[in-house]
Design a protein around this ligand. Sequence first.
Ligand SMILES: *[C@@H]1O[C@H](CO)[C@@H](O)[C@H](O)[C@H]1NC(C)=O
Length: 282
Amino acid sequence: MGSYSNGFLVGFLVVFSSLIVGSYGGGNFYQDFDLTWGENRAKIFKGGQLLSLSLDRVSGSGFQSKKEYLFGRIDMQLKLVAGNSAGTVTAYYLSSQGPTHDEIDYEFLGNVSGQPYILHTNVFTKGQGNREQQFYLWFDPTRNFHTYSIIWKPQHIIFLVDNTPIRVFKNAESIGVPFPKNQPMRIYSSLWNADDWATRGGLVKTDWSKAPFTAYYRNFNVLDSRASSSFSDAAWQTNELDAPGRRRLRWVQKYFMIYNYCTDLKRFPNGVPPECKPSRFL
Ligand SMILES: *[C@@H]1O[C@H](CO)[C@@H](O)[C@H](O)[C@H]1NC(C)=O
């Protein structure tokens, strides 16, 4: 090929890939996030493509999105604290403000080397949570980046790990359960010490000789429901998981779920919360 056609090809690739990036909404940490806590323990590098949070004896660290979102699909890739991460918690969540805030939570509870992290999830509506579900993961979340997503629609909230649905919180307003739908939320993340409860209920303490502890973030991506065009997408229009999605969800719930508030009769002796009814009644 002559230099003309090479130039053409390169030009084409540049335009084409910027179109792809453009339609994915950018994903530049400088543009989309503020580092809010922990001074230089929170860092953005690689021109905005990578972010890290660290925790040492003095402090943890955190960041938050500049924008607020009201419905959408939010993807982030995380690589969690490796090695002995016992006592550390990496929280990654959406939240609105105030005493009646809504919240959609992922929390990653560290462990001693070789033992499994716990992925803790919760949903707060009108300031009230107590809807914990916990999972082990089917991979080591410290070896590579994995994608943790939240689909937030008026009909439901779906938590996905590498595109596998692990939890669905349906809109159960028809039976009196508030659903997050009026208060816009920001994205937050923080890495902190929680060795009073995180690992085996607080039995295993943080080993500070291993500090600083560091978690990494990349490939942030939002389908913002208010930035329309992507929402003509058929996958977004449908309000049910498809058959493979339901199968994956059952697989995760059967083999990896280790706690579900909906089946905790000791905790709810007078009956589990109404949204725990089988979904066909909702
Ligand atoms: C840590 O490992 C222990 C032993 O395998 C396990 O019981 C526990 O659920 C793991 N995770 C956490 C966060 O405690």
